[in-house]
Design a protein around this ligand. Structure first.
Ligand code: CU
Length: 429
């Protein structure tokens, strides 16, 4: 962002944060409980099991936007669990035979396509596009409306980040929320993104960012049983993992977001000898436009797209650093990132030799600690802080700035944060 835009947007951000936090205290770093007992407060939440057999039910429910709006949506839930948005993150191992049993409770036929997976079977025979006469009605075999079931299976031959989504009336159904992520772990090991030594990452710092959008009038029409003319499509909300900012930085399983279990706050440590491995971000574009995502602090290193590592015919590393990582519709992109304390500024040894500018311009809303990692300072009079232990926060956001809005409200769209804690041992909770 340019600094003038920053100033304008930051003043909104402070307001948005303060307003939203008054009613719902943020509990960054809290271990989430709810019905997701045991899940980490940040990072990827894998749904996994030994047989890689998953039951997904397609049903309807409501999700909350941070402007107070409640949106009717469709989504996949695990088994007959309560509605959740988006669908569960299915994690499997390369070579697994993956089985997905779909139960459809929605009033339209629903199917699932698995882009990037070959030889998908539907009820044991090759999955096929479905026609009514000469008209294509579904990209694959579907579970019939109001109670139908179908079983898909395939061998997860390639490791990587993939999407699964409805293949039936996808212009409506994917928009309504029928999508989720599929992560295939490589044979090389759980802490590699691909079968490449240079794709190793810190398994405690693995993140998924499903970028999607919502046209509330489309959702309202479907809720009322009306048709919706996609020529009138106009997205108003832009979400990360089904949430809008600042809920994006709330913990996984936050109690006030019962149908939106996945946060996207990255929580990392400086990269140094004690923490040599980078974090991994798995981006997935589920909207209809490009989302140029900017991780801030440092460039991301793009290592894969659409579940394929960026490498030449002889395995040459073709990864590249990117300031703003463009995530296209239906695309997945894997990016390694790290935060290095390059200057090691400390108050005692390397004081910043200038008068600090307006302190509120140095940080984001109430996440103010000090100019030095690991140090907290007295706050300007009248200011409160959510900073806990001298950690730093960097914004990470979609650089198409109209997509960091929510129905006109600035900074409730595709915005999240990276939290950098001081190196261990530290006093952080
Ligand atoms: Cu930016």
């Amino acid at each position: 962002m340019s600094s003038s835009k920053y100033k304008r947007i930051l003043s909104f951000l402070v307001l948005v944060l303060v307003l939203s936090l008054v009613g719902a205290p943020l509990q960054v770093g809290r271990t989430a409980t709810e019905d997701h007992t045991g899940i980490p407060s940040t990072g990827i939440v894998c749904t996994t099991n030994a047989s890689s057999t998953f039951t997904l039910s397609a049903n309807s429910g409501y999700i909350n936007m941070t402007d107070g709006n409640k949106i009717f949506a469709w989504s996949f839930a695990e088994g007959e669990d309560d509605f959740q948005f988006p669908g569960p993150v299915l994690c499997v191992n390369q070579g697994d035979t993956v089985t997905v049993v779909l139960h459809n409770h929605l009033p339209q036929d629903v199917s699932i396509v698995f882009p990037g997976q070959a030889n998908v079977l539907a009820n044991g025979v090759p999955a096929q596009p479905q026609f009514s006469g000469s008209e294509l009605v579904s990209l694959t075999n579907a579970a019939t409306a109001n109670g139908g079931s179908i079983t898909y299976s395939f061998i997860a031959e390639e490791p990587g980040t993939f999407l699964y989504q409805s293949g039936t009336n996808p212009g409506i159904q994917v928009q309504m929320g029928l999508f989720g992520a599929l992560v295939v772990r490589p044979a090389m090991g759980l802490n590699y993104a691909y079968n490449r030594a240079d794709s190793q990452f810190n398994p405690d710092a693995e993140y998924i960012l499903m970028l999607s959008e919502i046209d509330p009038l489309l959702h309202q029409a479907i809720e009322r049983g009306e048709t919706f003319d996609l020529n009138n499509y106009h997205a108003r909300y832009f979400l990360i993992n089904g949430r809008s900012f600042p809920d994006t930085i709330a913990p996984n399983g936050a109690s006030w977001l019962p149908t939106q279990p996945y946060g996207s706050l990255a929580h990392i440590y400086p990269q140094d000898a004690s923490n040599p491995l980078p974090a991994l971000s798995r981006y997935i574009g589920v909207g209809v436009e490009n989302y140029p995502f900017h991780p801030h602090a440092f460039n991301g290193r793009v290592i894969a797209r659409d579940g394929r590592p960026l490498e030449g015919p002889a395995g040459e590393d073709l990864s590249y650093e990117k300031f703003s990582i463009n995530i296209g519709p239906g695309q997945t992109t894997d990016s390694l990132f790290a935060w290095e304390d390059n200057y090691g500024w400390q108050e005692s040894t390397t004081p910043i030799p200038v008068t600090l500018p307006n302190q509120q311009n140095l940080t984001f809303g109430p996440f103010w600690g000090s100019a030095y990692l690991g140090t907290t300072e007295d706050l300007p009079t009248g200011h409160a802080s959510f900073n806990q232990c001298g950690e730093f926060y960097h914004i990470a956001h979609n650089h198409a700035l109209q997509q960091i809005t929510g129905w006109g409200v600035v900074l409730i769209g595709q915005v999240t944060f990276t939290r950098i804690d001081p190196p261990l041992p530290n006093n952080c909770p």
